[in-house]
Design a protein around this ligand. Sequence first.
Ligand SMILES: [Mn+2]
Length: 337
Amino acid sequence: MELIYPEFYDRFAAFLRSLEGRRVVVISHARPDGDCIGSQVALTRVLRALNIDVICANPDPVPRRIQFAVGDTPLVNFDGLPEGDLTAIYVDCADQGRAGEKLKARFPAPFANIDHHLSNIGFAQHNFIDVGSAATAEILAGLFLDHHLPIDAQAAQSLYAGIATDTGQFRFNSTSRRTFLIVAELMARGAQPAAAAAELYERETAGKLDLLQRFLASLSYECAGRVCIGTLPNGIYAATGTSPEDVEGLVDYARSIEGVEIGVLIEEQGTAIKASLRSKDPVYRVDRIAAAFNGGGHACAAGLNLRDVTMADFRSRLVAAIDTQISAVDTLKKSTL
Ligand SMILES: [Mn+2]
């Protein structure tokens, strides 16, 4: 088989050699998702098989639905880190801050950085960044396959989980022929898509469905039906027996409606506001809308946090900002016709 990442081949071989004799910690971002945990777990297992002393560390607990991707892999939080000199490898982190201030302070000079985010500036000594890859797990799987490294069944399933979640179950633009070639190789090594899907998508709690029901009931339309906004008021987690990890995916319902271009979720957090914006078309640049409120993200997915603002006040300011952006896009489209 031809190389999947020929541009990384020699550098990755040198990187692997340089790990010999080191104690390694594989770090990833707070509020972990499938790609984050899948990447951490798979890299840890593969390096262990090469007799390298390695654990993984995440600042936050692993969400229930992603726990299957961990298996018996040693995963600790900050307080569980061993003393002494550790070599830090960051995965799926656009910058060091994504892993939280404690980990950043303990590992100010990362040894390696493996990622697929556009904004990653290459903050480590060894950087393997490919923004054309659908997931960090896709990059890792490709590197492991290129170097004929031992991928056990748990690592294969973890990598699969990372790729399946970051591609929105193989629906997003980032899904490529390479994605499917890699997944086929992972299946040959024990990845099980149906079992992963059952863990990821068939174990919702009644509380989560209650939360979804309340979110759907809150949906309202702006900008002539091209914007759909749903809200989560203070106290809704207690009322439904849920937690912030259950919010994942809710905003997609607001975007999924025919005719809606931008879906929005606004969450009240005491006297603060957290908002997520999702657009169907990158032309709407929701990252720029979020940036107007000190937020950021990608062209189709962005978020922001604001302190000391009421839901009603923020909502009207946000609608005005979105309306301006939509008008600008409409004008641009007309002028290029
Ligand atoms: Mn990712």
